[in-house]
Design a protein around this ligand. Structure first.
Ligand SMILES: [Zn+2]
Length: 330
């Protein structure tokens, strides 16, 4: 073939590849096409819970330990906005008559030391945050000592959800068996053993979400047997990501969703975060989308229940404002 013709083909090839690249980049900013008309399985829409009559008082405090800002387009696929969105690293302190526990653990005081062995890329991207206060400091502010806690329940085994454990070392940890097995099999990124090292010295036990279907979610675990703390599976982000309903006599019903969503728009639209972020943090995208649809339907059926994602600083702040106003009135 003559050099002129080769050059022509090469030029066409380059133009085609560039066009494909631009097409893929443009498509990545479009919201995913989800069929929101399809209702999830089961009894969604049917009240499965008695309204507060026999429920105990439960105090809920969201302990924010750190944060980072990301432009909105990274967290909301379909958004072209560069508006800064604050991403929180938090624990939730639950004070229940039968025990005090944490849902996720925020960040320990020496978290930066724990991250030292990680790659530069990881530390500059997913592990880039500002430590605002340690879990221990946040507990102290609440007048709670580690020995006042009975256990910590982990929504899932990503490093940033177990990063407060070194501050409460020795406290029993509880995790969904599906999640534990997936971590053991290497399905969940453990960052050179970081996840296990953070949990070193704390006894870990597994629970099974083998109770009945609950609010349209496929199974459940009624943690204290009184209907107040009900765990449900929200898989996809990780295989055993676990959501937690708080049902109580003294305040609003709440639904913590782990990392099944990152900001409220994810379940409200619904839309995922941008693939540039979402692809890197999601174990099973098809399952994660299904879970997002389930959350979307639940939020449509129960607009009165705040769904609180563990990185959604805005929802967490709004929720704590309501809690503090309620406590001030009491
Ligand atoms: Zn996660």
């Amino acid at each position: 073939m003559q050099p002129k013709r080769i050059n022509k083909w090469l030029a066409w090839g380059a133009v085609s590849l560039t066009a494909l690249g631009i097409g893929a980049a443009v498509k990545s900013f479009l919201p995913p096409r989800l069929n929101v008309a399809v209702l999830p399985r089961g009894n969604a829409g049917v009240e499965t819970l008695s309204k507060g009559a026999n429920l105990p008082d439960v105090e809920v405090s969201i302990l924010r330990c750190g944060s980072v800002t990301w432009p909105e387009w990274t967290m909301v696929r379909g958004s072209l906005s560069f508006k800064p969105r604050r991403i929180a690293y938090s624990a939730v302190l639950i004070r229940h008559p039968r025990g005090n526990f944490l849902y996720d653990t925020g960040l320990c005081g020496d978290i930066y030391d724990h991250l030292k062995g990680q790659s530069f890329y990881f530390r500059r991207t997913l592990a880039r945050f500002t430590l605002e206060q340690s879990l221990l400091g946040a507990l102290h502010e609440q007048g709670v000592k580690p020995e006042d806690l009975d256990f910590a329940l982990l929504s899932h085994l990503h490093w940033d959800h177990v990063s407060g454990v070194p501050d409460i070392v020795g406290l029993p940890l509880r995790v969904n068996r599906v999640e534990y097995d997936a971590a053991k099999q290497g399905i969940i990124p453990l960052h050179k053993g970081l996840v296990w090292r953070l949990m070193e010295g704390s006894p870990l036990s597994c629970f099974d979400l083998d109770g009945p279907e609950y609010e349209g979610f496929r199974s459940s675990l009624d943690l204290f047997g009184d209907g107040s703390i009900v765990l449900v599976p929200l898989p996809g982000h990780t295989p055993g990501n676990t959501g937690m309903f708080v049902n109580r006599a003294n305040g609003a019903r709440l639904f913590f969703v782990g990392d099944a969503a990152h900001v409220a728009e994810n379940y409200l639209h619904p839309t995922t975060p941008h693939p540039i972020f979402w692809n890197g943090v999601t174990c099973d995208k098809a399952t994660a989308l299904q879970t997002l649809l389930e959350l979307h339907h639940f939020s449509r059926l129960h607009p009165e229940v705040p769904l609180i994602a563990m990185h959604d600083a805005s929802m967490q702040e709004a929720s704590m404002r309501v809690e503090n106003e309620r406590l001030a009135r009491a």
